[in-house]
Design a binder for this molecule. Sequence first.
Ligand SMILES: [Zn+2]
Ligand SMILES: [Zn+2]
Length: 172
Amino acid sequence: MLIDIDRLPNDGLKISRDFDFLNSELIDENVVFLQPVHAHLSVQRIGDDVRVQGRISTRLSFVCSRCLTPFEYPVDCKFDLVFLPEELHELRDELDEEDLDQLFYKDRQIDLREVILEQLNLTFPAKPLCSEGCEGICAVCGRIRRHGECGCQVKEAEGRLDQLKIFLKDKR
Ligand SMILES: [Zn+2]
Ligand SMILES: [Zn+2]
């Protein structure tokens, strides 16, 4: 959804609607959309700067990084961004270090769909977990610990490994 900077009304633009994305547009290939992204956006021009404030919500399915089980991940986040004209981007070298992650718009346009997608990707956890205390899978049999005790004794397995080491030592 392209916003033409020069056609923005003086008192700004307010948008409330759903945005559809492909799962492949997300940075994590294991993540799947369970519903479209609902967005409330306000776009306002301040001189040549454009301020985009928004709130986005959706539900996604993640895969737990410990037990590999899919789980539902709700997103409800707010953002408040300021975009500067691209001409300033070319002066980048002269900008201060702290301005380097400044946002810019190109061709007098802002693609709100892209803005939403980027903000959504930013909410993703580096290591998604189905629950804080997820105990992952049993190192011996691979059973998901949350699904109950498998009876494997990890310590016993380590003990067996020690015996194996002793056995190998004796063989030398
Ligand atoms: Zn888990
Ligand atoms: Zn086990």
